[in-house]
Design a protein around this ligand. Structure first.
Ligand code: NDP
Ligand code: KPL
Length: 343
C-alpha cells in the first residue's frame, strides 16, 4: 500500500512513522529544517509506549512521489484550500484522502439524505475552495485521539492516545477504510472503522472547541483551565452549547460534559496544537474548530452566547497573528524563551 503524508508535522509524521513500521510504503511530504532532519535521520518517535525510529522516504515535492493509494492530510485545515497543486500529483483514479483535522470537516454534510444533504459550511469551505482542492468523494473522515508535538526537527513527542477513528461520509463500511485500518493497526495504532463518524467528530470537538482557543488566549494548559473554578465553568458552558448544536443536527454524543472535563484534566500539562501555533506566532486553526460551530448554531437556531464571545476574541487574536510584524515579534520572543524553558 502506497501512502503519502502531505504535511508530515506532529500528527502526520507520527502516523507516517507508525504506518512505515507496519510495512506500508510511506512518503513524507514536509519542508524546511524538519524535512532535512527527516531525510537525514528518519522520524524519531519518543513515547512512553516505546521510542522508535522509522525511515520512510521524505521529500518536499509530491511529483517525486506520484499516485498513491491514500493521502494522509497532516496539514492544518486553513491550508486545505491551497493544497490542490500539492495533492494533484498524488492522485490516481482511486486515491482516497484522509484528513486528520480537528473540528468540522468540509465533507460534513456529504453523503447525507434529507434537507441538509450536501449543505456547504461556508466557514470551512469558503466559496467551495476546499471541495475543489479535495473533492468530497475522495474524503475519508478521521478523528484523531492522539496528542503529539514536534519536539525538534525530525523528532516527534507522542504524549497520549493512539486512536485514529475513520469513516466514510456516506456511512458505508468501505473496502478502502478496512484496508487503511489494517495498515494502521499493523503499525501499532488503533483504527476503528465507524459507520458514522459524526458522533466521534462532536465528542472530540467538545474538547477542541473549548481548550484549543482558551489555551491559546490564556497561554494555559488543559489541566490549568480545568483546575481554575471560573475557567472550568466557562469550559462547561462552551461544551453544553456545543452539545446543543450537535443535538439540533441529530447527533447526541453519549459522553457527559463532566467526563469530558475530567479527561481533559487528566491530560495534564499538555499544550494544545493551537497553543503551539500561537507560541510560534502562527495563526490558529480557528475556523473549523470554533467559527464553523457558530455558523451551524445560527443555521439551526441555537443560542451560543459563550461560543460567540470566545470566537470573537479569538478571531481578533488571529487577525493580529496574520499581521506579519506581530507574528514575527511573537516568533522571535518564543525562540528567545525556548532555551530558558528547556533549562
Ligand atoms: N498535534 C496534535 O496533537 C493533534 C493535531 N490534530 C490535527 O492534526 C492536524 C495537523 O496538526 P499538527 O500535526 O499539530 O500540525 P503541525 O503544524 O505540526 O503539522 C503541519 C505540518 O504541515 C507542514 N506544511 C504546511 N504546509 C506545507 C507545505 N506546503 N509543504 C510541506 N509541508 C507543509 C508544516 O510545516 P511548517 O511547520 O514548515 O509550516 C507542518 O510540519 C490539524 O488539523 C490538527 O487539528 C488532531 C489531533 C491532535
Ligand atoms: C488537545 C488535543 C491533543 C486533544 O486532546 C488536540 O486535539 C490538539 O492539541 O489539537
Amino acid at each position: 500500500m502506497r501512502i503519502a503524508i502531505l504535511g508530515a508535522g506532529a500528527i502526520g509524521a507520527y502516523a507516517g512513522a507508525a504506518l512505515h513500521r507496519g510495512g506500508a510504503d510511506v512518503h513524507l511530504i514536509a519542508r524546511g529544517p524538519h524535512l532535512e532532519a527527516l531525510r537525514a535521520d528518519g522520524v524519531r518517535v519518543l513515547s512512553d509506549r516505546g521510542d522508535f525510529t522509522a525511515r520512510p522516504n521524505a521529500t518536499s515535492d509530491p511529483r517525486e512521489v506520484g499516485p498513491v493509494d491514500f493521502v494522509f492530510l497532516g496539514l492544518k485545515a486553513q491550508h486545505y484550500a491551497a493544497c490542490g497543486p500539492m495533492l494533484r500529483p498524488l492522485m490516481g483514479p482511486h486515491t482516497a484522502v484522509v484528513a486528520a483535522q480537528n473540528g468540522i470537516p468540509w465533507w460534513y454534510f456529504h453523503g447525507l439524505t434529507g434537507p441538509l444533504a450536501d449543505h456547504r459550511v461556508h466557514t470551512v469551505d469558503p466559496g467551495g475552495s476546499v471541495s475543489r482542492a479535495i473533492p468530497v468523494e475522495r474524503a475519508i473522515g478521521c478523528v484523531v485521539y492522539a496528542a503529539t508535538e514536534i519536539e525538534a526537527p525530525g523528532v516527534i513527542r507522542h504524549l497520549e492516545g493512539t486512536r485514529f477513528s475513520i469513516g466514510e461520509p456516506d456511512r458505508t463500511i468501505s473496502r478502502r477504510c478496512t484496508d487503511l485500518s489494517e495498515a494502521m493497526v499493523a503499525g501499532g495504532l488503533k483504527c476503528p472503522v465507524e459507520q458514522d463518524l459524526r458522533e466521534d467528530i462532536w465528542v472530540k470537538l467538545m474538547g477542541n472547541i473549548t481548550f484549543n482557543p482558551l489555551s491559546a488566549l490564556t497561554r494555559s494548559t488543559m489541566a490549568q483551565i480545568c483546575r481554575d473554578r471560573s475557567s472550568r465553568e466557562l469550559a462547561r458552558s462552551m461544551m453544553n452549547e456545543t452539545l446543543d448544536v450537535a443535538a439540533r443536527l441529530g447527533v447526541n454524543p453519549t459522553i457527559s460534559v463532566e467526563r469530558r472535563l475530567a479527561g481533559a484534566e487528566r491530560a495534564g500539562d499538555h499544550r494544545t496544537s493551537t497553543l503551539h501555533d500561537v507560541e510560534r506566532g502562527r495563526p490558529m486553526e480557528l475556523d473549523v474548530i470554533l467559527t464553523a460551530v457558530v455558523e451551524l448554531a445560527d443555521m439551526v437556531g441555537a443560542e451560543v452566547p459563550t461560543l460567540r464571545t470566545v470566537d470573537s476574541v479569538a478571531r481578533l487574536l488571529n487577525a493580529r497573528l496574520t499581521d506579519g510584524s506581530v507574528a514575527e515579534r511573537m516568533a522571535a520572543a518564543a525562540a528567545a524563551a525556548a532555551p530558558a524553558r528547556a533549562a
